[in-house]
Design a protein around this ligand. Structure first.
Ligand SMILES: NC(=O)c1ccc[n+]([C@@H]2O[C@H](COP(=O)([O-])OP(=O)(O)OC[C@H]3O[C@@H](n4cnc5c(N)ncnc54)[C@H](OP(=O)(O)O)[C@@H]3O)[C@@H](O)[C@H]2O)c1
Length: 233
């Protein structure tokens, strides 16, 4: 299951496409049915589209019931969806209504996904939960981090830092063997003009995410990684 597969230029689409090409059944979630169906048609193969607004916790619970009814379990959950902070948002000057909206999707929506789907991941022989985070939520990332970066809005960075904290707490209490990690895809060209700004190709960012989905039984849990290497919290 990959969330945030709303456009063909995004990381979620690239991740879902790679998984589908391997022959896996992939559930793709997008904000609207039209987006999910268009993306499923573009990928082809065994892709099941789901309309899922992450701000709607009842829809998240229904989605888990749908997966349970059809497949009986889930092997990999990739929480890729995230809300974008309002342009130019600062810490002291933020519109807290808009900032709450970012937290609602990126933190609480992802949290609800974890809670709803962990019971299904526990039924897999090798359940993997991947929270797509960002160096923007890291205290130690020297390029984009909380103490160094100036590129990302505050609510985005705070939501990603909280998502990292949630990942650590979930992994700490999980005794089932499901591996739970946060990953950063790196600065990736998923937006207009990204490549010109030095962002890397989408395939590279997608590989950074898929690394945590593909961990074997000896792989880590409860960490934060980019390209398979630990990233400071
Ligand atoms: N690109 C980078 O440089 C970079 C760097 C670090 C981390 N990341 C992370 O990588 C992930 C993918 O980002 P991306 O660059 O591929 O951007 P993206 O294409 O905008 O992906 C984000 C997806 O989340 C969806 N989303 C937003 N609000 C939602 C909601 N309420 N319900 C359901 N879906 C919702 C968006 O839907 P719509 O299409 O409908 O807007 C979009 O499809 C995100 O978690 C992002 O924070 C990206």
């Amino acid at each position: 299951m990959v969330t945030g597969v709303g456009k063909a230029t995004g990381l979620g689409f690239a991740v879902a496409q790679t998984l589908a090409a391997r022959g896996d059944r992939v559930w793709i979630a997008a904000r609207t049915a039209a987006q999910a169906e268009a993306m499923a048609a573009a990928i082809g193969a065994d892709v099941v589209p789901l309309a899922l607004d992450l701000a709607d916790s009842a829809a998240i619970r229904r989605a888990a019931e749908e997966v349970q009814a059809r497949d009986g379990r889930l092997d990999v959950l990739i929480n890729n969806a995230a809300a974008v902070a309002p342009w130019g948002e600062t810490a002291a000057g933020a519109d807290l209504g808009l900032a709450r909206g970012v937290m609602e999707v990126t933190l609480f929506g992802t949290w609800a996904m974890c809670a709803a789907f962990l019971p299904l991941l526990r039924l897999s022989p090798a359940g993997r939960l991947v929270n797509v985070s960002s160096g923007a939520g890291s205290h130690g990332d020297t390029g984009f981090g909380l103490t160094t970066g100036n590129g990302m809005g505050t609510s985005y960075a705070v939501a990603k830092a909280a998502l990292n904290a949630l990942t650590a707490k979930l992994a700490r209490e999980e005794t089932s063997g499901v591996k739970i990690n946060a990953v950063c895809p790196g600065f990736t060209a998923t937006f207009e003009g990204g490549a010109q700004m030095g962002a890397r190709p989408v395939a590279e960012g997608a590989a950074s995410i898929l690394w945590a989905a593909d961990l074997d039984a000896n792989g880590p849990t409860g960490g934060f990684f980019r390209d398979g290497k630990p990233l400071p919290w």
